[in-house]
Design a protein around this ligand. Structure first.
Ligand code: AMP
Ligand code: MG
Length: 342
């Protein structure tokens, strides 16, 4: 398949969106920018189209897709909306949040991985919104990467993984947030956080009585065989090079300087100069979790160009602000953490 890659200018792209919308209605695949990461879109109400997503990504069939809408009310067509959904939607949508609701029969099983629930997201990125509107149907879209590799934050990342496997890639520049949406499941009393993202637990707590954090957020092994969010059980985001996390962040520089000379390092900006002769990549400033998260997926892709046998990185704290970073980097490292070496 030939993949058409088109750079969006922001204005006057009407014809491009009309064509992209037509491709989606015809059952094809279009990759597009969102404020979180690039998505790989298909018509969410067409089972054959949704199945093409799994084939293009090499995604396990039991890992469900998020359905994207231009307006929170559009979810009523295929999901059982509740007052809590609308309360949260009024504050957080459009934006980087995904809410799991009971599904209606209209959603194909291939989209929900056979679950009786469906994930709903209303993105804020103007190009994503124009694409959904142009298609005139809800868009099922996981991240536009090969399954298991880091999520794409530029169109070049998408092309590296999916060129020849999708009909069109819309290039809207670099994603502003750079980490996937916060995923929550509504419960009787409040909600359970299934995947951390830019919307933090304490922000959710202002709108619901109780916010539980699924144990799998911090510990992939806790997900078990039947996790609430099937995506949590898979090894994810991994560079090809071995990545090892070091728990004692205060002594991280000392630790790395005692390791093999040819190792690589993901380092805080402030420490970049302190690793004698090692290959260092800038993770971002120490007290800037959003900046670190913005960089992480790009760095994990670039890490493989360092040509080193192993890369060390500091284990982030488990606090609210760092939850998304912790959740992604622990999976990227296959849970390999060095503890208490000092
Ligand atoms: P991705 O689109 O690649 O960011 O992955 C979507 C994430 O949402 C995965 O972790 C899925 O397991 C999760 N997800 C999608 N639909 C559901 C659902 N119905 N119930 C629970 N988790 C879901
Ligand atoms: Mg993904």
């Amino acid at each position: 398949m030939k993949t058409e890659q088109i750079v969006l200018t922001g204005e006057g792209d009407d014809q491009i969106f009309r064509r992209a919308g037509q491709i989606l209605r015809d059952g094809g695949l279009v990759a597009f920018p969102t404020e979180t990461v690039y998505g790989l879109g298909a018509n969410a109400l067409d089972p054959n189209a949704a199945e093409k997503i799994f084939a293009a990504k090499g995604r396990p069939a039991d890992n469900p897709l998020i359905v994207h809408v231009a307006d929170p009310r559009d979810a009523e067509e295929f999901a059982v909306t509740t007052p809590a959904y609308y309360r949260l939607a009024a504050h957080f949508m459009p934006g980087p949040i995904t809410i799991i609701l009971d599904k209606k029969t209209l959603v194909p099983d291939s989209v929900t991985g056979g679950l009786n629930t469906v994930a709903v997201r209303c993105p804020a990125h103007p190009a994503a919104r124009r694409l959904i509107q142009a298609a005139g149907v809800p868009i099922a879209a996981p991240s536009a990467n090969l399954s298991g590799s880091p999520s794409p934050t530029t169109a070049a990342h998408v092309a590296a993984d999916l060129s020849g496997r999708v009909d069109m890639i819309l290039d809207g520049g670099e994603c502003s947030i750079g980490v996937e949406s916060t995923v929550i499941r509504l419960t009787k009393k409040g909600c359970t956080l299934l995947r951390p993202g830019e919307v933090l637990p304490r922000e959710l707590a202002a709108f619901v009585e109780e916010v539980m954090v699924s144990p799998a957020v911090l510990d992939p092994d806790a997900a078990g065989d039947k996790p609430q969010s099937p995506g949590m059980k898979y090894r994810h985001y991994a560079p090809k090079t071995k990545l090892i996390l070091v728990e004692d962040t205060a002594s991280f520089v000392d630790f790395v300087n005692r390791q093999e000379q040819d190792c690589g390092v993901l380092a805080y900006t402030e420490d970049m100069e302190r690793f004698a002769g090692r290959k260092v990549m800038d993770l971002g400033k120490k007290e800037d979790p959003a900046g670190q998260m913005h960089n992480l997926f790009r760095i994990l892709r670039e890490a493989d160009n360092m040509q080193v046998p192993v890369i060390y990185a500091p284990l982030p704290p488990k606090t609210d602000e760092y939850l998304a970073l912790y959740n992604r980097i622990i999976r990227a490292a296959g849970c390999e953490v060095i503890k208490g070496w000092t």
